[in-house]
Design a protein around this ligand. Structure first.
Ligand code: GYE
Length: 331
């Protein structure tokens, strides 16, 4: 009898443990209506490439989403700067019936038909970072990213704050990838702002494809042809500016002194150069989009409506702030 009693006690005890453990691993969450929502969310993310420090930070932030929420799976595809690769990736996400497609598009146009295919399969699409230009905006659910035009305006204002509207300036421009939302928007915002400055001349403008190597090469060419005349470098991103700083030094000039430098992103390497006096202004563009994407994905999965245009927050930094800000940089 005694033995039987012990056995049944052990059975009850282990049952209790099993139930308790089961509660712990079951990934339930309760939505606003008080209903249990156990559905896993599968996200297919089509990244455009790996050209810059900004891009690395964005990729890492998004790849970290499953660590923030164990109910989410992420499928990742690197488009290596080719739209055709991204279109292939989106088609494969559609075939795999993912719950949400996240697209960071290399260029603005040419997405209509593949987005139409996603829409027909009722798969929501979140555009992140660079925007798309489509005939029908209902082809995507929402856009999350920076206001590129605003960034271009902020870059121009840094130059105006330093030299004044009436200064005589020769400006060289390093553009990003041709046809990319980041390039088109930044250029537009900058050019619109310097229109009010009658003696600001953009003497050279060429793409450095958002990379250090190309930024260095193109700036090297500018230095050879125009070296003594250049007052300002306006670079659409930090990586090209990092390359350009090397080219300026190799040409025997002092970056940040002989040539005033303004760029966009806010990566650590650029802050370091600015703290060393080799650059002058940074317009921040926030790549840490993972947590915001997770929130949006959860809202969409729960059938809630989301805003069509969601902006990320960002600031502007000048040389005197660089040393103080450097330890706080996350990318
Ligand atoms: O500024 C640049 C990257 O699209 C905002 O792309 C992004 C840009 C970023 O290569 O560094």
């Amino acid at each position: 009898m005694k033995f039987k009693k012990i056995i049944s006690l052990i059975t009850i005890f282990s049952l209790a443990i099993a139930i308790f453990a089961g509660c712990g691993t079951k990934s339930t969450s309760t939505d606003d209506n008080g209903e249990d929502n156990e559905k896993r969310i599968i996200i297919g993310f089509s990244q455009l490439g790996s050209e810059s420090g900004w891009r690395t930070a964005e990729t890492n932030s998004i790849k970290n989403i499953p660590n923030l929420d164990s109910n989410v799976d992420l499928k990742f595809s690197d488009g290596q700067q080719k739209q055709e690769n991204q279109i292939k990736a989106i088609r494969s996400f559609i075939a795999q019936k993912v719950d949400l497609i996240v697209l960071d598009p290399v260029v603005e146009t040419g997405w209509d038909s593949v987005l139409q295919e996603a829409k027909e399969e009722k798969i929501p699409v979140l555009i992140v970072d660079r925007n798309v230009k489509v005939a029908d905006e209902s082809l995507y659910t929402a856009f999350l990213g920076s206001d590129m035009e605003e960034e271009g305006k902020k870059a121009a204002k840094l130059i105006i704050d330093k030299f004044g509207k009436d200064a005589n300036l020769n400006i060289v421009e390093l553009q990003g990838t041709a046809g990319a939302g980041a390039t088109v928007g930044r250029q537009k915002g900058f050019n619109e702002t310097v229109k009010d400055c009658p003696n600001y001349k953009i003497t050279k403008s060429q793409t450095g494809e958002f990379t250090r190597a190309k930024g260095k090469q193109v700036m090297g060419d500018f230095m050879k042809s125009d070296g003594d005349k250049i007052n300002v470098l306006w670079s659409h991103n930090d990586d090209m500016a990092v390359g350009a700083v090397q080219a300026i030094e190799e040409a025997g000039k002092k970056p940040g002194k002989d040539i005033f430098i303004v760029s966009v992103d806010g990566i650590k390497d650029m802050f370091q150069l600015m703290a060393d006096g080799k650059s002058n202004g940074i317009v921040e563009c926030n790549p840490l989009l993972g947590p915001q994407i997770l929130e949006i994905a959860k809202s969409i999965a729960a059938g809630k409506s989301v805003d069509k245009n969601i902006k990320s927050k960002e600031s502007v930094f000048t040389q005197d702030q660089a040393k103080k800000e450097l330890p706080n940089r996350k990318y």
